[in-house]
Write a protein that binds this ligand. Structure first.
Ligand code: PLP
Length: 378
C-alpha cells in the first residue's frame, strides 16, 4: 500500500484539472498576445480564468496577477511594498516560509529596510498585542504574517490582523495564503487585505503557477520587465495550461469546500486520537484544535525514547510518505527554522503528516498500524 501524507509539500493533480488542461497543451497554442484568432482563443481562456478566480474570493479580475507560484508571489508583494509603496519596515515572524523570511532579509541588505520579528508563543502564534503596539508608531509598514504555517499548521486570526492593520493608513498587510487558499473561504470585499498569495500545486493544480492578489488601491511596478502581460505588472508569455489548471483547481476546491474540510478534519482528528492511544508520550507541535489549526497539517513530536532517528525512513519502507519538516528545503540537512522557534524540541523526532481530500480512513488506519509496529520494535 502507498499512502501519500505529504500534501503540504505538494498535492497530486485532480483528474478534472488534467482534463481541463489537456486541450491547452494538445490543441490551443496561440500566443495570448497575438491579435489573430489563435491568440484571441487563448487570451480568452486566460481572462475567463482570471474572472473565475477573482469571483471565488470576491475580488476583481484586475486584482489577480498570475505568477510562477507562491515564492514569486511572496517576493513580488514584499519587494513592491519596499520599492513602490516606500515601506520602511516589515513586521513579520521567524516562522514564515523562506519565501518571506529570506526576501525580508534581502530587502534589509539592499534597501536597509527595518525587519521586526514578533515574538511567538509555544504554539507558534505571533503576539498580536506586540503588533498593535508597533503599529501605533507612524512608520510606513508592511505586516507580513502567513495565514497558516506550512510546517505546524498554526492558523493566524487573519480577520483580526486585517482589521488591526486597516486602522492605520501607514500600514499594508500581506498574508502568505499558500497553504490555505482553496481550504478556507475568503471574501476580499469584506476582509481588507493588500496582498495574498496562492500556489496551484498545493490544491491539486499544476506546479509552476500561482497568483498574487493585489488590492486595486495599490499600484505596483513590475518586478519582471520586458513584456506587457499581466497589465504590464509581470512580463513574459503566460503559462497558459498552468493558468487554466489553476482556475479549475480553485473551482473544484471551493465547490465542495465544506465536504472536503469535514472529511480531512476527521482524518486529522482520527490520526491524533490514534497516536495518543499508541503512546501517550507522543505530542504535537503547534495548535491542533479545528478552530486554531489548519486541518490539512499535523506535526507530530515522537519522543526519542519511543522511536529511532530512522522513523521517516521506516515509514517510507512501509509506503508511507510524510515529511521531517519543510520539504521545500529537502536535500539539505539544515533543521527546520520553524521547529527551532518552538520549545522542547531537543528530545523529539518530528514528522509532519499532511492530508488531502483524496486520503481515506483506510490509509490512516494503515499508517497508525505501521507506526505502532515501528514504535513497538524500538
Ligand atoms: N509559502 C508557503 C507557506 C509554502 O508552503 C510554500 C511551499 O511550500 C511556498 C510559499 C512556496 O510556494 P511555491 O512552491 O509555489 O513556490
Amino acid at each position: 500500500m502507498k499512502v501519500y501524507l505529504d500534501n503540504a509539500a505538494t498535492t497530486p493533480m485532480a483528474k478534472e484539472v488534467i482534463d481541463e488542461i489537456t486541450p491547452f497543451i494538445a490543441t490551443y497554442f496561440g500566443n495570448p498576445s497575438s491579435t489573430h484568432y489563435f491568440g484571441r482563443q487563448t487570451k480568452n481562456a486566460i481572462e475567463i480564468t482570471r474572472k473565475r478566480i477573482a469571483d471565488s474570493i470576491n475580488a476583481k479580475s484586475n486584482e489577480i496577477i498570475f505568477t510562477s507560484g507562491g515564492t514569486e508571489a511572496d517576493n513580488m508583494a514584499l519587494r513592491c511594498a519596499v520599492t513602490d509603496l516606500k515601506v520602511e519596515r516589515i513586521i513579520t515572524s521567524k516562522l514564515e516560509h523562506h519565501a518571506v523570511g529570506h526576501t525580508a532579509e534581502n530587502l534589509k541588505t539592499c534597501f536597509n529596510t527595518e525587519i521586526i520579528y514578533l515574538s511567538t508563543d509555544e504554539f507558534g502564534n505571533p503576539s498580536i498585542n506586540e503588533l498593535e503596539t508597533l503599529l501605533k508608531e507612524d512608520k510606513k509598514t508592511l505586516v507580513s504574517l502567513m495565514h497558516a504555517n506550512n510546517e505546524i499548521g498554526t492558523l493566524l486570526p487573519i480577520k483580526r490582523v486585517a482589521q488591526l492593520c486597516n486602522q492605520f493608513d501607514h500600514v499594508y498587510f500581506h498574508s502568505d495564503t499558500v497553504q490555505t487558499m482553496g481550504h478556507y473561504q475568503f471574501d476580499l470585499e469584506e476582509l481588507s487585505i493588500d496582498f495574498l498569495t496562492c500556489s496551484a500545486h498545493k490544491l491539486h493544480g499544476p506546479k509552476g503557477i500561482g497568483f498574487l492578489y493585489v488590492n486595486n488601491s495599490i499600484v505596483i511596478n513590475p518586478i519582471i520587465t520586458g513584456g506587457s502581460q499581466e497589465r504590464k505588472q509581470r512580463g513574459g508569455t503566460e503559462n497558459l495550461s498552468g493558468i487554466v489548471g489553476l482556475g479549475k483547481a480553485i473551482e473544484l476546491s471551493f465547490s465542495k469546500l465544506k465536504t472536503h474540510r469535514n472529511h480531512v478534519e476527521n482524518l486529522k482528528q482520527k490520526m491524533i486520537k490514534g497516536l495518543k492511544e499508541i503512546d501517550k508520550r507522543i505530542l504535537f507541535n503547534g495548535e491542533t484544535s479545528p478552530e486554531r489549526s489548519l486541518y490539512t497539517v499535523l506535526n507530530v513530536c515522537f519522543p526519542k525514547e519511543t522511536c529511532n532517528s530512522m522513523l521517516l525512513f521506516s515509514l517510507d519502507i512501509h509506503g508511507i510518505a510524510a515529511s521531517g519538516g519543510s520539504a521545500c528545503s529537502s536535500g539539505s540537512n539544515i533543521g527546520s527554522h520553524v521547529l527551532a522557534e518552538l520549545p522542547n524540541q531537543e528530545n523529539c523526532q518530528c514528522v509532519r503528516f499532511s492530508f488531502s481530500r483524496y486520503n481515506t480512513v483506510k490509509e490512516i488506519d494503515y499508517t497508525l498500524q505501521k507506526i505502532k509496529k515501528i514504535i513497538q520494535k524500538k
